[in-house]
Design a protein around this ligand. Sequence first.
Ligand code: SF4
Ligand code: SF4
Length: 443
Amino acid sequence: MPLEDQTPEDAGPLFPDPTPAPATPERFAMSRHVEVTPDFRPFDQPNDMFSRGFWDPRFANRVTMKFFRSFVKPQERMRDEEGFGQQDFALRNGPWVVTEMFAEMHKAKGRRDGFTDDFTPHLPPRVDPAEIGSPQEAARGVRKVAKLYGADLVGITAYDPRWTYRSKFSARTQTSRPVELPEGLTSVIVLGKAMDYDIIRMSPSATASAGPASGYAEDAITLLALAQYIRSLGYIAVANQNDTTLAVPYAVQAGLGEYGRNGLCITPEYGPRVRFGRILTNMPLAHDAPQRFGVEETCALCRRCANNCPPQAIDHGVPSTYRFNRSNIKGVRKWTTDGEKCFKFWVSRGTDCANCVRVCPYNKDRRRPLSRLVLWMLRQPALRRLALRLDDHLRLHDQIKPSAWWKGRVETLDKARDSPPDPDLKAQQDRLKAIRDEKYGTG
Ligand code: SF4
Ligand code: SF4
């Protein structure tokens, strides 16, 4: 069946679910709100918005192709707008050359390493596993090596087939295909790479997009180096970036942060300003426990990401199993983002956006004493509201001017809206949800 004729439930019909859904709802990683329900269905990569940009007639058009191409080919015409000039796009496109090199390397075999496929091993592994000590010692060694190779955060958790795609997408044939992974995977090493604080403060602009671009490039190198280290010790190492497995659930399970309203893993060190790569392995490693430091409680009070999302793609309400469209996973109770709205906004602007990262009160430059004070207050249940008010007052999340950044100054371009819920926006989203529920019976 062609992908466009499939309902969200049909997608990937040829491939069995790698894991059965739980009989009763299961709490996820110590969360109070997020749970996996009996309706759970692993995600199909063809439903990812970037894949849909290639096959879904609603998104695969000339403007989307121009958007994809613009990351590797300089645009002919620029918009006369702050942060969207030739120098800004050049800054964004510089690091993409690294990621694109890996993506193109095995194109002849139908692979796009790092996007639809795991990174292809470049050198042969050792055949017999080396002596690596106890799982605790081995985990300590992996952490040390990952940091040496460039990771800012490292967490280790059990391999969980729920977060493996049920089917993959092939941009070449425009069809879904099976996911092939080696037998015997037991652990996942999650590597976090923080993005530059000042760069992200210029979102939404092409200048700010240099943050994720550099994050991807650095992450690819760290992943490849660590995977080769593990293979050289005689163990399996499958390095994932945007492919094969979901990043956020693994980052949360590996204890690197908590799930937030913006759909991202919020870390204590950098907030949501982190990219996560994963290495799937059979190396015997000790696992980290998930951590809670009050993000869910803060998100219940704060809607700054939802209020500052230009196309209003972020949920203003409470966690639910509601799906805006086929790009949302089925059967997980959580805050959900409307990927269609987000993607359309990116395409219309010609570059990605990071407003939901920029405005989050956990996105801080920890070198500043006042930022550290806000972060400390956010951990104290009795001071959380006050912390949000102080953070609003400090206005560290306002957008800064790209032209000023180029000159080495920091000047505010646009004020971020305050965190109290905007009743009009929430009412508008609830109305849209009710209309969809009635039309599609998804309530
Ligand atoms: S990236 Fe931008 S458009 Fe997308 S959800 Fe975040 S704030 Fe909204
Ligand atoms: S901006 Fe506020 S609501 Fe959004 S993820 Fe951050 S803390 Fe949660």
